[in-house]
Design a protein around this ligand. Structure first.
Ligand code: FO1
Length: 335
């Protein structure tokens, strides 16, 4: 069994960050078959959830990975800082400022001030992220999928609008609308014009294993795959590519994968998402796909699509459970 020294993970926010915690735990414990306890992990993170609010650049998925692995995350919320206070938000509300539906905690504001100042000084997002990680030491190399501005917007039904629909930023759809209205379309503004960030293509080509964690297959992993050049790099990499289903028992565990999968016309099923990613041998990106034990009936159809598949417990209840998932993913493609 070849020794895996380098692992690259394409990550969104909470689901990806939680998976990364278990992956790092499993690597350090030496329980991932064929993976060196010194294996290095590179994370290529989605930046299309990013938004400008109150003049500050907020990067939710980069920050969720950085705070989670740097032990600064609020574990209940799954985003923003623990031991947070909200004076800035309260003062903005008192001034009648809108957009306070997107809550920035006082500690979190400091991150956005540093990021915004560095961006305005001309540093690319990748350099900013590297600087912020100097403090947080997440234990992985954290790369934005691109340094270019890319934003996910969602078209929602709106009777008052002349066209009957309105387009909102993804964060407004998710946070203010609570993903409570049907997403008619998902558009990632700027994606076609974007270029992979520094180190991204190398992290896909020069690695021993690529993992698609249980992040959102449309607005997180899907956007990363949409950066021009990323799919080609995945198709050409010598490393096996394995994914874990974010859909368990016919719906998402957390977040809004069901709504956005419906918006893009993909069946909300563990096997269906694996087939949506597609087999590398058929122009897709996957060599292997893990579904939860409850979705064992989906295994045959995934295999028929040319993707190795197994059904194992996929609930990330604690680091050991998540490490076991990572071990199953490694075994599936490096077995
Ligand atoms: N999620 C919420 O549900 N409410 C919020 O007010 C909120 C604020 C927020 C601020 C910074 C940040 O990094 C994340 C924040 N999130 C909030 C979570 C965010 O919507 C998600 O992390 C992802 O964008 C969705 O995957």
């Amino acid at each position: 069994m070849s020794d895996v020294e380098r692992i690259t993970v394409l990550s969104g926010g909470m689901g990806g960050a939680k998976f990364l915690q278990g992956l790092l735990h499993g690597i350090a414990a030496g329980i991932l078959p064929g993976v060196s306890p010194d294996a290095e992990v590179t994370v290529v993170a989605n930046t299309a959830d990013d938004l400008w609010v109150h003049g500050l650049k907020v990067c939710p998925d980069l920050d969720t990975v950085m705070y989670t692995l740097g032990d600064g995350i609020d574990p209940e919320r799954g985003w923003g800082r623990r031991e947070e206070t909200w004076s800035v938000r309260e003062e903005l509300t008192a001034y009648g400022v809108d957009n306070t539906w997107f809550g920035l905690g006082d500690r979190d504001v400091a991150t956005h001030l540093v990021r915004t100042q560095m961006l305005e000084a001309g540093y690319p997002l990748s350099a900013v992220t590297r600087a912020l990680c100097e403090r947080w030491q997440p234990g992985v190399r954290l790369l934005p999928m691109t340094d270019d501005r890319v934003e996910t917007h969602v078209a929602v039904t709106d009777e008052e609008a002349p066209s009957g629909r309105r387009v909102v930023h993804f964060q407004e759809y998710w946070v203010r609308l609570r993903a409570g209205v049907p997403a008619e379309a998902v558009v990632v503004v700027g994606l076609e014009q974007s270029t992979p960030g520094p180190g991204v293509l190398e992290a896909l080509r020069e690695t021993d294993l690529v993992v698609l964690p249980p992040s959102n297959p449309v607005v997180s992993v899907g956007t990363i795959l949409g950066v021009p050049g990323v799919r080609d790099a995945l198709r050409d990499t010598p490393a096996p590519v394995v994914g874990l289903s974010p859909i368990v028992g016919g719906t998402h565990v957390r977040g809004m994968a069901r709504q956005v999968l419906e918006a893009v016309g993909v069946e909300v099923g563990a096997g269906a998402v694996g087939r949506h990613y597609g087999a590398r041998s058929a122009g897709g990106v996957l060599d292997g796909w893990l579904v939860d034990s409850r979705d064992a009936d989906d295994v045959a159809a995934v295999r028929e699509a040319g993707i190795a598949c197994a059904a194992v417990p996929l609930m990330m209840t604690d680091h050991d459970a998540t490490a076991a998932m990572a071990a199953a993913a490694v075994s599936l493609v490096l077995g």
